[in-house]
Structure formats: structure tokens, C-alpha cells
Design a protein around this ligand. Structure first.
Ligand code: HEC
Length: 174
């Protein structure tokens, strides 16, 4: 192999590795950004258990929530009293604590026109927090087909009810 060809091949491999960490595209691959948007990577959720912690009590499951305990972790860019999340703000929502249906969701403020028909500016996530940084299970405008949160309700459907609070539903989190 000529040196220039070797360079091209190794650069290609390095770029492929940097893009997604493995060769198989998954639902967790970040979508392309339009300029100026915040794209959260797994490292941006690292150590979220140390962020401002807000106890949301225990849900009985009757209101459409997953039954069990709920806790939110709010990133430093969203101090208590923040009315409109700045770009880069992240809220992690741990649901079903101490149940078999424990799941970890999150919302990150991408900004711009992202998700303009739903929770404007916010991107939705499910995380797997069995490692640190957590693994992004999926990301985007909502769960991939076949996944759901509360029946067939979309993330945007419930959260749009809080449009005047920047789509943050938990009163304790505003
Ligand atoms: C059935 C209605 C409903 C659906 C569907 C729903 N949520 Fe929520 N979500 C809530 C409520 C209500 C809260 C307020 C906190 C609480 O009660 O636990 C909340 C809170 C959150 C929070 C913490 C910030 C906040 O708004 O208080 C995040 C993050 C979150 N949800 C992510 C998601 C994601 C991701 C999806 C889609 C997979 C989703 N939610 C779908 C009702 C819903």
C-alpha cells in the first residue's frame, strides 16, 4: 500500500469510529444538526446522578404514568426557577423506581426549529444507566416504532400540555 493510500484508509477508519463507536448504525445515532443546535452525546449525560435531584414522589399509575417512584435530575444550566431552558439544558427522568418497569428518559434542549411541531427545541431520549456515561437507547422526536411510554401516547402529546412552561410538566422542575 502506498503511504497516501494507507493514510486515506486509516483516516476513513478513524472517522467511521468517531462517528458512532461501532459499524452498525442504531436509533441512537445523532441526527444531523442544523447550525447552532446542541447535539447531546452520551458523555453529556455522564454522572447525571450528581445533578440537582428533584423527588417527584410515587405514581399510582392511574394517571397514565408508569407506576412507582419518579426522580428527575436537572443539569447545571437549568437552576431552579428557569422558565425557558437554554440550549444545552438537560433533564433526566427516572420512572418506575423499584418496579420491573423502571426506565430512564431524558429531554435535551437542542434549540432552533428542532421538533417544531411538538415540544419545540427539545429532543427526547431513553437512556440505559447501567453504565456511566449512560448508553443512549434511542433519541429523536419520540420513541422508535414499536416502543412506547404510556400506551401509544407520544412524548410530544403529553408534554405539549406544558407549552407555556417550555414543555416541562413537573411543577417541581420549573
Ligand atoms: C401520559 C403522559 C406522558 C407521556 C406520554 C410522556 N410523559 Fe414525560 N412526563 C409526564 C409528566 C406528567 C411528567 C411530570 C413529572 C412526573 O409526574 O413524573 C413528565 C416528566 C418528564 C420529564 C421530566 C421533565 C418534566 O417535563 O417534568 C422527562 C425528561 C420526560 N417526561 C420525558 C418523556 C419522554 C422521553 C417521553 C416519551 C418517551 C415522555 N416523557 C412521555 C407525562 C408524560
Amino acid at each position: 500500500m502506498t503511504p497516501s493510500r494507507w493514510l486515506a484508509v486509516s483516516l476513513g477508519l478513524a472517522l467511521a469510529g468517531a462517528a458512532c463507536g461501532d459499524d452498525v448504525p442504531t436509533a441512537a445515532d445523532p441526527p444531523p444538526a442544523t447550525s447552532g443546535e446542541f447535539i447531546a452525546f452520551e458523555r453529556d449525560f455522564a454522572g447525571f446522578q450528581g445533578w440537582r435531584k428533584v423527588d417527584l414522589g410515587v405514581s399510582d399509575g392511574l394517571s397514565g404514568h408508569t407506576p412507582g417512584g419518579r426522580v428527575a435530575y436537572v443539569s447545571a444550566s437549568l437552576p431552579a426557577g428557569t422558565r425557558v431552558a437554554p440550549r444545552g439544558g438537560i433533564i433526566v427522568h427516572v420512572t418506575g423506581i423499584d418496579t420491573e418497569t423502571r426506565r430512564v428518559f431524558a429531554m435535551a434542549k437542542r434549540g432552533g426549529d428542532y421538533n417544531a411541531a411538538g415540544a419545540r427545541g427539545w429532543e427526547w431520549f431513553e437512556l440505559d444507566d447501567s453504565s456511566d456515561p449512560p448508553r443512549i437507547v434511542w433519541r429523536g422526536l419520540g420513541p422508535p416504532n414499536g416502543e412506547s411510554y404510556a400506551g401509544s401516547t407520544e412524548c410530544n402529546t403529553c408534554h405539549s400540555a406544558a407549552a407555556s412552561d417550555d414543555y416541562v410538566l413537573g411543577p417541581e422542575l420549573r
